[in-house]
Design a protein. Structure first.
Length: 95
C-alpha cells in the first residue's frame, strides 16, 4: 500500500495583461486559457480563472494592481491571495 496521499491541485489561468481589453497579449491569454480550461476536468484538479478580479469595471488594468500591466503589485498579490484562499481552505489540510 502506498503511504502517500492523493493531492488536489489548482491550475490557474494566465492572468490578464496589457492596460486595455484589446491588448494583443491579453487576447492571446484569453485564447490560451480556453485551451487550458479542460485541465480542470482531470481528477483532483481545479481550473481557476481569476483574471477578472484584476480588472477595473471598464476592463482596464490599473497600475495600482499591475504596475507594468503584467506583474502584480502588492495590491495585485492580495487580490490573487483573496481569490484562491477559499479553495486553499477547502482543499489543503494541515496536520
Amino acid at each position: 500500500m502506498n503511504s502517500y496521499r492523493l493531492f488536489r491541485a489548482p491550475a490557474l489561468a494566465i492572468f490578464p495583461r496589457g492596460e486595455k481589453p484589446d491588448d494583443q497579449g491579453r487576447l492571446a491569454a484569453i485564447e490560451i486559457n480556453k485551451l487550458l480550461a479542460p485541465i480542470g476536468k482531470q481528477k483532483n484538479v481545479t481550473f481557476m480563472d481569476i483574471g477578472a478580479k484584476f480588472l477595473e469595471p471598464d476592463g482596464t488594468i490599473s497600475r495600482s494592481t499591475m504596475g507594468d500591466f503584467l506583474h502584480p503589485t502588492d495590491k495585485g498579490y492580495q487580490i490573487w491571495a483573496d481569490a484562491v484562499e477559499p479553495w486553499m481552505k477547502a482543499n489543503v489540510k494541515s496536520k
